[in-house]
Design a protein around this ligand. Sequence first.
Ligand code: HEM
Length: 272
Amino acid sequence: MDLLNNFTLIGLPYAALVLFVVGTIYRYRATRFTYSSLSSQFLEGRQLFWGSMPFHWGLLVLFLGHLAAFLIPETVLAFNSHPVRLLIIEISAFMFALIVLVGIVTLFYRRVTNPRVQAVTTRIDLIVEILLILEVIIGISVALGFRWGSAWFPAVITPYLHSLMALQPDISAVATLPGVLKLHIVLAFLIILLFPFTRLVHFLVVPLHYIARPYQRVIWSWNRKQVRDPDTAWTITRPYQEVPNFLQKLVPSETVELLQQKLISRCCKHRK
Ligand code: HEM
């Protein structure tokens, strides 16, 4: 039993954390193009919306809850000291766990039933989603079977996690926990371990700059047919397309020409 506890509660967490850091950095440097959620929205949108939205928003709340218990345990305990506040936090966490479960089950169902999505689904995509489903179901059963997690997490799990971070692992308390609780911890580290090898890396590259990005209008002013024709000779000024009437109303053709001249002069500068 000691060997199993040492392996799952010390060995696995360290292996997961080291692989997470080294693996995600290596993958970002080696194959940056794959560093994404590899969206399948253009293959199916409706189920994705009803799965992805509850899953991600619910997960965000649960993640922040776990993080608060890890970073500010005393504050969480002080907040929970009043029964009404304890009930509010417990019931909300439980509701969000159910929302996450509905979301991830919908996403999994979509991946295994929609033929178009199936075509771009790999085995590891399914393994990740099965692990996430198991993690949420076990989390829910912990919430039901071992009440007031927001009160005992800061007292039992936080010291264990802090001891791991301090490189002085102390599993004396967690080793005595019921099996289902230990399974919840072990699965969490297993999911962290899988991050660098799966689409889960996308959570590290949230495109936050999109929020403040200036508005863009894309207007195609080349003659698309000619540009795509392999027989068309390459020139700096690509085959120009007459700007359609409705676009001329939006953007005067002088502006389009001015932009083209600027592009050409910039391009020529680079070539010199
Ligand atoms: C930082 C916050 C996050 C953002 C902005 C985000 C965003 C996204 C986006 C845009 C997709 C693609 C949906 C599509 O196919 O178009 C996606 C898919 C996915 N995300 Fe996240 N995500 C985040 C965090 C996470 C985390 C923490 C997890 C799990 C631990 C996760 C698990 C997944 C899974 C499993 C999918 C695949 C769903 C499917 O297509 O079946 N995400 N995410």
